[in-house]
Design a protein around this ligand. Structure first.
Ligand SMILES: Nc1nc2c(ncn2[C@@H]2O[C@H](COP(=O)(O)OP(=O)(O)OP(=O)(O)O)[C@@H](O)[C@H]2O)c(=O)[nH]1
Ligand SMILES: [Mg+2]
Length: 178
């Protein structure tokens, strides 16, 4: 199971998502601090809303296998800059919650997430659990564990550790690493 880091504004539905992923009934708990259980790291929305704290989000991301920008479908404006992906050294996905909202504007929120560089975008209703099984399916596979040499080789050719090697390409033998 990939460890998922959730960041997004307050009320975006991050904590509800952790409950839905665990199959629990939704119960409102205001997130006061970043907390980590086995499978998710949940952060307070205020971290994403404040320039000073947002740096902390990058630090927490190193504890995760995959980073998710969580945005509710009815958010009126975007907190995340374009090309956000370039300074996060993990796969970046987008999660659109509250797709049931009467004020939902899914194409607009999806475009924000595309601009941020999200490689996958999931549509979720935490109340009815719509979309939860697709997200669980994506999370269930562990990322491949690489040796230090393999990771540096991927970096040297401009790939993330999680990106597959291009077709026909193989890791150099350990002798040619030196
Ligand atoms: N209709 C609807 N309501 C949702 C959905 N997801 C969350 N909510 C509601 O939105 C409110 C805020 O949800 P939270 O999960 O606490 O939001 P959060 O992102 O963890 O907020 P912070 O802890 O303040 O950062 C709660 O009342 C949830 O019940 C959804 O998919 N649909
Ligand atoms: Mg919360």
């Amino acid at each position: 199971m990939k460890k998922l880091f959730l960041m997004g504004r307050s009320e975006a539905g991050k904590t509800s998502l952790t409950q839905a992923l665990r199959g629990e009934e939704l119960h409102y708990v205001k997130t006061q601090y970043t907390s980590s259980d086995d499978d998710t790291i949940d952060s307070p929305g205020e971290y994403a809303e404040s320039k000073r704290f947002s740096v902390g989000l990058a630090c927490f991301s190193f504890e995760a296998d995959v980073v998710a920008v969580v945005q509710a479908a009815d958010e009126p404006f975007n907190l995340f800059s374009a090309s956000l992906r370039s300074f996060i050294l993990r796969p970046l996905i987008g999660i659109i919650t509250k797709i049931d909202s009467p004020y939902a504007n899914i194409p607009m929120v999806r475009q924000w997430l595309v601009n941020a560089g999200c490689e996958r975008i999931f549509l979720i209703n935490n109340v009815t659990r719509e979309g939860i099984s697709e997200l669980l399916e994506y999370l269930k596979e562990d990322l491949p564990r690489l040796t230090m040499e393999q990771a540096s080789y991927k970096q040297s050719i401009g790939l993330g550790e999680w990106d597959p090697l291009p077709k026909g390409m193989e890791y150099p033998t350990s002798r040619s690493f030196r």
